[in-house]
Design a protein around this ligand. Structure first.
Ligand SMILES: NC(=O)C1=CN([C@@H]2O[C@H](COP(=O)(O)OP(=O)(O)OC[C@H]3O[C@@H](n4cnc5c(N)ncnc54)[C@H](OP(=O)(O)O)[C@@H]3O)[C@@H](O)[C@H]2O)C=CC1
Ligand SMILES: O=C(O)CCC(=O)C(=O)O
Length: 424
């Protein structure tokens, strides 16, 4: 293929390269729908925006922001917004594509989208963060809307940022548009259960996978990379089920305690100190040694590309639950398969967040709100049923769960593409 667009031929283990290799692997299972598969290799549209803000010291700083709508065949775009100093267009493209696959894998009526701003939010004051969020929202206002594309939290974004996004969009359009973002505070049209939903989904898929391979959660050793929204909640739910957190890592440090780390005290420490480093209830460990820690379940819940070929060859777990998006590079994935490590892939494992985002969006449209129990029961059922369907396809073709999840999702996406046709 001869294309001036660099995204068609990414290099190395970039997130977009990882995604494209996952598409390559699903091709033999698409039958006649393979005719439409090229559409999955190209984002439908990508917007790059300049986000200027006045800093507290009076200077003006410019930040690059993105919103990518990878595919809208099954419904409006849906996916989070990331604030991180390493965010790139190519990374947001990959994250938006994984949203397309994820939303279809759990059968939500959405396409896939994602956004990001290249900024270190930890260096901004609250006022600077609010100005950045509002300006970014206005800039991507061309694309977003309750029936067009609905952002949500991702790394370094939260309910407060969603509240500012909702307010900015509402002011700009002269309406109260609660349905323009999900992951909002509950008193502003948010849903009960959304904050914990991604970690809960990781736990539910992990519980089901463990049951199927005969791994008892009682006493199981869990290692978690990233103790934020996803990793922190998943660790707490596994601990409540009788497992013990033996190792944890974030940017600030790595901790180990064979007898188990108290997940609630650690969460309070992270909240107060900004990271796991210095937590008195465990011993510090060298960062790379995290990947050699004896454990039964490993949960990468930080960023992409963490499980390299080398780490895949060393890690000790029987079960790998991808809380993060894209944590495993293709060669790492191949090695894990050879070593018999069961990988529950991101596109199903961390789909609990977007599932409860969908519940939030539905509740906003009807202005009728559900109880937390109703939400958790429905979430559990959707995750269990989606995993069961993917497991059946994996068994049928003797393929990894990731390829099976892509097969289920791509069939739904490409059927929609085929039936809608190409021309307006
Ligand atoms: N929030 C959601 O609903 C969803 C999130 N996800 C995915 O889950 C992952 C985590 O997101 P979320 O929990 O929301 O983000 P948070 O910002 O809440 O937490 C991210 C965590 O990852 C840690 N981290 C970041 N970089 C590194 C690194 N290089 N090494 C070790 N730890 C690191 C952070 O530590 P530190 O603060 O020290 O940098 C922090 O503990 C992402 O891949 C995200 O896309 C997927 C589905 C939904
Ligand atoms: O809740 C959502 O809409 C999207 C969450 C997200 O960004 C993700 O699943 O990666």
């Amino acid at each position: 293929m001869n294309s001036p667009l660099s995204y068609v031929h990414p290099t190395g283990d970039s997130a977009w390269g990882t995604y494209l290799s996952q598409i390559d692997r699903v091709m033999p299972y698409l039958g006649p729908l393979a005719r439409w598969a090229e559409t999955l290799r190209r984002p439908k549209r990508a917007l790059i925006v300049d986000v200027p803000i006045e800093l507290d010291n009076g200077t003006v700083a410019h930040h690059e922001g993105y919103r990518v709508q990878h595919n809208l065949s099954r419904g409006p775009g849906k996916g989070g917004v990331r604030f991180h100093p390493d965010v790139t267009l190519e990374e947001v493209m990959a994250l938006s594509a994984w949203m397309t696959i994820k939303n279809a894998a759990v059968n939500l009526p959405y396409g896939g989208a994602k956004g990001g701003v290249r900024v270190d939010p930890k260096r901004l004051s609250r006022g600077e963060l609010e100005r950045l969020t509002r300006r970014y929202t206005s800039e991507i206002g061309l694309l977003i809307g309750p029936t067009k594309d609905i952002p949500a939290p991702d790394v370094n974004t939260n309910g407060q940022i969603m509240a500012w996004m909702m307010d900015t969009y509402s002011v700009n359009t002269g309406s109260t548009a609660t349905g323009v973002v999900t992951g909002k505070p509950v008193h502003l049209g948010g849903s009960l259960g959304r904050v914990k939903a991604t970690g809960r989904g990781v736990f539910v898929t992990g519980r089901e996978a463990a049951r199927r391979i005969g791994l008892n959660l009682q006493g199981a050793r869990v290692a978690v990379q990233g103790y934020g929204n996803v990793g922190g909640v998943a660790a707490q739910l596994f601990a409540e089920a009788g497992a013990r957190l033996v190792a944890v890592q974030d940017h600030s440090g790595t901790l180990h305690r064979e007898a188990g780390i108290d997940t609630h005290t650690l969460a309070a420490h992270v909240q107060a100190q900004g990271g796991v480093a210095g937590f008195p209830g465990a011993s510090p460990l060298d960062g790379e040694a995290f990947w050699d820690t004896p454990c039964d379940i490993l949960i990468p819940a930080a960023l992409e590309g963490q499980i390299s070929a080398d780490r895949a060859g060393r890690l000790q777990a029987r079960l790998l639950l991808e809380g993060a998006n894209g944590p495993t590079v293709p060669e790492g994935d191949r090695i894990l398969g050879e070593r018999g490590v069961l990988v529950v892939p991101d596109v199903i494992c961390n789909a609990g967040g977007v599932t409860v985002s969908y519940f939030e969006w539905v509740q906003d449209f009807s202005s009728f709100f559900w109880t937390e129990d109703e939400i958790n029961v429905r979430l559990d059922k959707i995750m269990v049923d989606a995993l069961a369907r993917i497991w059946d396809v994996a068994d049928l073709h003797r393929i990894p769960l990731r390829t099976a999840a892509f097969a289920v999702a791509c069939e739904r996406i490409l059927m929609a593409r085929q039936d809608r046709g190409l021309y307006p």
